[in-house]
Design a protein around this ligand. Sequence first.
Ligand code: ARG
Length: 388
Amino acid sequence: MCLVEKFVYFGNSLYSFLNSLYSFSIRLDRYSLHSFLGICLLLVQTEGLAETRIINGTCAADEWPWMAAIVYPNRPAIEGQYCGGALIHPSWILTAAHCTDGEDTNSIAILLGRNTLSDEGTGELIGIKNIVKHPDYDHDPENPAADLALLQLEKPYTQAAVLRVAEAYSDVTEVGKLATVIGWGQTSTKMRDSYADSLQQTAVPIVSNQVCNARRTYDGEVKDTMLCAGFAGGGTDACVGDSGGPFVMETDAGWQQIGIVSWGEGCARPYYYGVYTRVSSYQEFISEHVCEAQDTLPAPQVEVSINGQKATVSWNNVIGADGYQFYYAPYSDSISDVTFDNIHSLDIKNDTDFSAELSSGENFYVAAKAYRGNCYSDYSNIGMVIMP
Ligand code: ARG
């Protein structure tokens, strides 16, 4: 069903293109124009099957309940959509700051719960009461910095679970792993009117910032707070209209957002990977802005037990928590030696303990936080795992 809709759009843009051709070449009579059109439509249809979406994506099933379209509300969504976003709190959408340039709370709105934009009457259109751009956002269209904004909904949306944002110290953003980008943006670099009607998705591997900053690639333009993904040979990417949308990774604890579609040199070009805002760099900023008193959870208490080579850290169940984030850092005699660089975290979901086989001398500081959505308790007490 999604494929058929796309053909209509391919067909339409081809039709207008051929119509303009028609007005130039008077020699072409209507009959031959129409048989020519017919053949082209056939060609487009077969091409449509091979070369699909986002750039080289497929239709998304309804697996992305937190996916938001950012729209100009006074037009049908198929025309009014221009960016994507993700529901990361019942009252907040995370998007790219550049999607809010020149806009105010009255000029744009959020569409949730609609997979196919032309399915008017489905989903919910919600107004915005507050736009929070990151204070470091730099609006350089070629290479923005801190390209993220939070949009506060006029009323909470409770039909869908929120998308979890990769935690500040988590290691989910691993080079070489595939992650999925989702959006209604352009599906072809060749045709300008190739915006998608049905939500598209595609998977691309995470590329290290070092590779992405190579001379023939972005030559140092990519900052630590950005994340690159794509194939060296190009061909698969996000594109115009996908901006602000989530780049998500499947983890043991479910799908997590690791990036926000931000920029790129063209789309799907060899060596010019898609560049995303690295969400884990801003997780604390995001949580601070969206979480309110009612989201606050009490901190758990951790306890360490060691049995032979097996160390177990357990904590109490926190009422109202969706899960727990577990933190560890190498042990040294002084806790002041723990720096931000040597803290790691793992999303444990709703288990209340974590164990590991360790050898003598593998010692750690450990702690846990309870979370609901993207709102965290304070740290627990700090435990010490000292292996005999
Ligand atoms: N900045 C573009 C937008 O506003 C899309 C950027 C993504 N480009 C890319 N090649 N991944 O929609």
